[in-house]
Design a protein around this ligand. Structure first.
Ligand SMILES: NC(=O)c1ccc[n+]([C@@H]2O[C@H](COP(=O)([O-])OP(=O)(O)OC[C@H]3O[C@@H](n4cnc5c(N)ncnc54)[C@H](O)[C@@H]3O)[C@@H](O)[C@H]2O)c1
Length: 252
């Protein structure tokens, strides 16, 4: 449907949740999707998974070399690796949690944009897709989740990083595009584990659902459509864009 056959796709955070759902969809669409993660995906029997710690420049460089040796180029990067920690509100968030959150969510996305775009440029172009969040567009303060200061800050920065990357890559005529997606809350381990460990999980779940006018969590597969579009040549004129997939969260 999206004519992705032959594309070489690198998905960080590909062992779980949204990244894993996108890896599966990319493969259904005929692409070679490489799941890159610090965790090993038990579902990945294709052999196309590699170890990558997105916070480490050395780890990125090693992964890129390995992929270029095996597959020759990288056409698409989905920066899906991310972390969220319970109760990281400004008053309670430790400096350690703050740095860890920004290290994975922001530094990891920056390193991917920087290092993979160079490889894409050598190969004639490509598409980078970053994942921010509705939390990067509006404050929370415990209304929906208990404290997301570090997480929200990292995701707001990912939005501006994505626009900056899009403009810098366009100015240099690289033929590399960069766009960012803002998901609402999806039923992935990140959210389901938070609810499972919450002292009043039912109330926490109800608060989250209430924040989404569609009245439900998104399913991981439901993010894949926009990712396939942004990865494909059908979005060849799209760069620096923000795409909201949030069941109406930001509409009110
Ligand atoms: N689930 C949601 O509701 C939601 C909403 C908005 C944005 N997001 C974002 O979507 C992305 C995916 O989230 P998810 O819900 O699928 O979470 P998830 O916890 O299911 O998956 C995240 C993956 O990232 C990997 N990861 C963590 N640190 C890493 C590192 N240093 N290097 C490489 N991989 C690392 C984890 O091992 C895991 O496989 C994240 O950036 C998250 O912030 C999720």
């Amino acid at each position: 449907m999206y004519e992705l056959g032959g594309k070489i796709v690198l998905v960080t955070g590909g062992a779980s949740g949204l990244g894993r759902a996108c890896v599966q969809r990319f493969r259904q669409e005929g692409a070679t999707a490489i799941a890159a993660d610090i965790a090993q995906s038990s579902a990945d029997r294709s052999g196309s998974s590699i170890h990558l710690d997105v916070t480490s420049e050395d780890s990125w460089r090693a992964a890129i070399v390995e992929i270029l040796e095996r597959f020759g180029r990288i056409d698409v990067l989905l920066n899906g690796a991310g972390v969220a920690f319970d109760g990281d509100d400004v008053l309670n968030c430790t400096a350690e949690i703050w740095r860890k959150t920004l290290s994975v969510n922001l530094d990891g996305t920056f390193l991917g944009c920087k290092l993979v775009s160079a490889a894409m440029r050598e190969g004639g172009g490509g598409s980078i897709i970053n994942i921010a969040s509705v939390n990067g567009a509006t404050g929370d303060g415990g209304i929906v989740a208990e404290g997301v200061a570090a997480y929200a800050s990292s995701k707001a920065a990912v939005r501006m990083l994505s626009k900056s990357a899009a403009l810098d890559l366009a100015a240099r005529k690289t033929n590399v595009r960069c766009n960012v997606i803002l998901p609402g809350y999806f039923a992935t381990p990140m959210v389901l584990d938070y609810l499972a460990s919450h002292p009043d999980g039912d109330a926490a779940r109800a608060r989250i659902i209430d924040a989404h006018p569609m009245g439900r969590l998104g399913q991981p597969e439901e993010l894949a459509g926009i990712v396939m579009y942004l990865a494909s040549d059908r979005s060849a004129a799209v760069t620096g864009g923000e795409f909201v997939v949030d069941g109406g969260y930001l509409a009110r």
